[in-house]
Design a protein around this ligand. Structure first.
Ligand code: SAH
Length: 218
């Protein structure tokens, strides 16, 4: 049993957040249930804690942000997750999105390139009862050793679709990736065969950038 500071007040605020997300168009009941389950206030720095259940992004250190709940819910919904699936997540960050995926009954492999965030989240998530597989490294390369994946989720703005990630997606699998430099178009990629993909675009979003190896050193 994991003891955490999660009160009825927090649970009530999460319920309201899930109602708000429904009003904003999220229909997947599994996603809404996951949003109601994950204690987002524990992922934020204490100065933002009172705002944890507003639909806003917040800084999480190392120049990164925890995505807005609507963005997390929207990306999760596009994945059409089924229990037991193997999901690769690029950009662990605070681990909030990771926990939403885990609540939906999938197995998560998550990669983070910022050492500070990687170390912090790898300690924090198990302390509140969430156990994905954590990897420190460059998400552009994916995790070839554990491929193929049923689903792949990229939680940073990508200038292009990383070819290794398409390779590591199962035929019939789905990848959700925000594509663009300053703002991003949410893009769903379905892998139809070893040689063909289908792309569908869904509105504009704002993410921190997916950084390539050559830009490391910050
Ligand atoms: N899903 C996160 C939001 C993360 S913000 C959450 O819910 O908190 C995007 C994250 O992607 C940042 O932590 C950033 O460091 C990470 N990132 C950027 N480029 C990356 C890369 N090439 N490989 C792995 N992680 C990367």
């Amino acid at each position: 049993m994991v003891l955490i500071n999660d009160t009825y007040r927090h649970k009530g605020l999460r319920r309201q957040l899930s109602v708000l997300l429904k009003e904003k168009g999220i229909i997947d009941a599994g996603v809404l249930k996951a949003i109601e389950a994950v204690p987002r206030h524990l992922f934020l720095n204490s100065s933002f804690i009172d705002h944890a259940y507003e639909d806003k992004a917040f800084p999480i250190g190392a120049g990164q942000t925890i995505s807005r709940p609507h963005t997390v819910a929207f990306q999760s919904e596009l994945l059409e997750l089924k229990k037991g699936e193997k999901v690769l997540e690029i950009g662990t960050g605070s681990g909030y999105q990771t926990c939403v995926l885990l609540e939906m009954g999938v197995k998560v492999f998550t990669i983070e390139r910022q050492k500070e965030l990687f170390d912090k989240t790898k300690l924090f998530l198990p302390s509140i009862g969430y156990n994905p597989k954590f990897y420190y490294g460059d998400g552009y390369k994916g995790l070839p050793v554990f491929a193929p994946f049923d689903k792949i989720l990229i939680t940073a703005g990508a200038p292009l679709i990383p070819a290794p990630l398409i390779e590591q997606l199962k035929v019939g699998g789905r990848m959700v990736i925000p594509i663009g430099e300053t703002t991003q178009t949410m893009t769903l990629i379905k892998k139809l065969s070893d040689k063909s993909i289908e792309k569908t675009e869904f509105g504009e979003f704002k993410f921190v950038p997916l950084l390539e190896n050559k830009e490391w050193g910050d």
